[in-house]
Design a protein. Sequence first.
Length: 423
Amino acid sequence: MHDLLIVGAGPYGLSIAAHAAAAGLDVRIFGRTMASWRDHMPRGMFLKSEPWASDLSDPAGRYGLAAYCTREGLPAEHGRPLPIEHFASYGLWFAERAAPPVDERLIASVRRGAAGFEVRTRDGEVCHARAVALAVGVLPFTEIPRAVRGLGDHHVSHSSHHADLRRFTGRDVTVVGAGQAALETAALLAEQGTRVRVLARSPRVSWNTLPQAWQRPWWQSLRAPHTGLGCGWRNKFYADTPGLFRLLPEQARARAAARALGPAGAWWVRDRVEAGVEVRAGHRIESAELADGRVRVRTAAHTGEGLRFTTDHVIAATGFRATTARIGVLAPELRTGLRSLADGTPYVGDRFETSCPGLFLAGLTTASSFGPAMRFVYGASFTAERLVRGVERYVRTGRAALLSDRAGERVNFGSAPGRPVVH
């Protein structure tokens, strides 16, 4: 029986594992290490966040991104984008040094057991744990526009489905979205010889500006302080005080989680997009159908007449929606029993524990509770520290109850796994 079993070995899962091991918990972690970064992003992409805001978290702070880049002779400078493959390699380096060994098998199901949780791997092994932390990243929550959902994988995909875009060389591709994933994917496609257009619902595409210098006059820093989520006091609130964010009314939290730091392209991809990509802002797909092996698209425009065209493939770079119903690794009876917020995301308490005692969540699923920082690597440090304190408290309570079970007494594990009631 493990104290904690972690599902997911990305930045959040690895950070939680590092803090849990340092706290003396018996912890086990499952998942392909840095899978999203290694398997779901094409070569040529860059990390949008600043290197100093992209650390995985260990309690001693010894294994930050800067330490890895220094060791490897790589630049990690403010205002200089870092290739995705370097960040993925950093995650592997962190896993080897700061976290317990990662079991790279995937988890098929998590369900409640007699004294905790029963976790089954896809090859059939069953593990038991007093507590479980789900750090499943974003991949279970892909969002694809309703108009193209039924056209099949050959004609429609999500931007996160591609580690290699070469299959689209010489073809016609339509990218839907106005954020970094859409714009950088479109730039890479154009640069390899794909005819590509971008459809964006927003009236115009927004671009981030060149980041302000790290060393600035004090009045500039006071007006717009640097934060892990960009400059400004609002971003500082999101980045540095997730615990305070959680005290906001639920409706305000949901609105900020959905709208803050909205779709925008990085400054360093703008010239590449404008040089070779047809961008159609103010358009949404109204209908799509297959015709002679291609996709016939009709759009509706905010102003004026929509477009009609035929394309070979639609890539939806339309983000992720982390609702409780989409946490497919949870057994149905456990998933449907979880309390959810009004926007469909799961409820978590002040230490990331769900309404099911002993089940903790991390990452995107908690953005409506702790704010936009949970959508980025930057949120991993706050999450790991606070979540592990919650696990420690939970496990300590369960152990104390077990020790109080005297000879001849009957223990009833009831509805709270790991927290037996002694009769």
